[in-house]
Design a protein around this ligand. Sequence first.
Ligand code: MN
Ligand code: MN
Length: 472
Amino acid sequence: MDKENKLFYKKQFIWEKLSSDEKKDVFKLGDDYRAFIDASKTERLTIKEIVKRAEENGFECLENKTEVNPGDKIYYINKEKNAVLAVIGKQSIEKGMNIVGSHVDSPRIDLKQNPLYEKHGISLLKTHYYGGIRKYQWVTIPLALYGTVVKSDGEIFDIAIGDDENDPVFYITDLLPHLAKDQNDKKLSEAIEGEGLNVIIGSLPAINESDDDDKKDDKKFKLNVLKILNEKYGMIEEDFQTAELEIVPAGKARDVGIDRGMIMAYGHDDRVCAYTSLQAIIELETPDKTSVALFSDKEEIGSVGNTGMHSAFFNNMVAELITLQNNGNYSELLLKRALANSSMLSSDVAAGVDPTYPQVTELQNAPIMGQGVAMVKYTGSRGKSGANDANAEYIGKLRKLFNENGVIWQPAELGKVDQGGGGTIAYIMANFNMDVVDLGVPVLSMHAPFEIISKTDLYMTFKAYKAFYNNF
Ligand code: MN
Ligand code: MN
């Protein structure tokens, strides 16, 4: 066997290969990532944090630009829920861009539009979960409430309750084991029902001064919640109908393990790839090709809606860039060329091998935690259905790039054939005829309220995106 073969078959963990300086960098990046993800509990807050960091590093809003030149750093926000950062390259945009695209939405529990009710002395909120959650994981844990409310006069305000240590939290109940006989006999997927994810918001009755005895007991628990919301935000019940309110796990990201090698947090999928691509692009000087970090929304429900990857927001932004680059001249052909000549890393998390459940993965093709950034040639399910399935030529070029730049990567597949499957935004961007492959951080307990990643994989993913922007 030649040297390269030996390296490939004798897999090494990143930690064994790093210098002591690099090991310090791994922990530094881990600390900064925890700060990022603690500030990014929702898609809107993630975009705020991304733009804050971008502005601190010299990025300017696209709307303020009258022309673009090599080295310009630009951001574009779409409806507060997704964003694009770009660093203009030396070559013209029609020659193609190097794009790293992640998503900033994570599985969660949304409030319904008319959520508030009371029953048996408790006020609750009705919900509809968002994305693929295992419902039983979301009961009996501390929950936080975030969101944006539009009042009847058009005023907009934000709500954030549950993550400040002085805040109360919210809660979804489950049965006690003593009385769970019927529930225990149900399938895991049916034991907790969607309509059973009701969130406790209050338990004290309003003191009703009415003299009319008939009215005294009417909805006084619900009334008390409304009174508090009105005192705090000037909110009335109808305002729920023009709000987007999200229930997410309360609590900060934490290091995991006595060696602090991993991080537990809500929303690694996919804010860990958003973070690593953000950090890679904000350090970038004038690249050869225009470099783009794309942060999409709604991936967890099929990339739909005006902030999802199926929306025209990205193409529109590139059209604006082309126009600014060409003194106001625009042709659709230039846009088509720009997209078709582009290369993209669809930066989404991969399912790492769980030592407790290795049977769901085919171990020869599954990413091991701590063995590097995972390259997923194809996702999809049941015979690659719905997959992007990247070209060998493209992943061959990436292999060369990564191996030349000290990026440790591993080929990966999303679980055993016929065990399940999933998708990312890769196939959507491939429709423009650009080269796309999935490349991201392996995760354990994906879509659980708290997921786990390895700090060394975080570091290597950051290194991979940096190499892609600088040298591809
Ligand atoms: Mn994802
Ligand atoms: Mn996901």
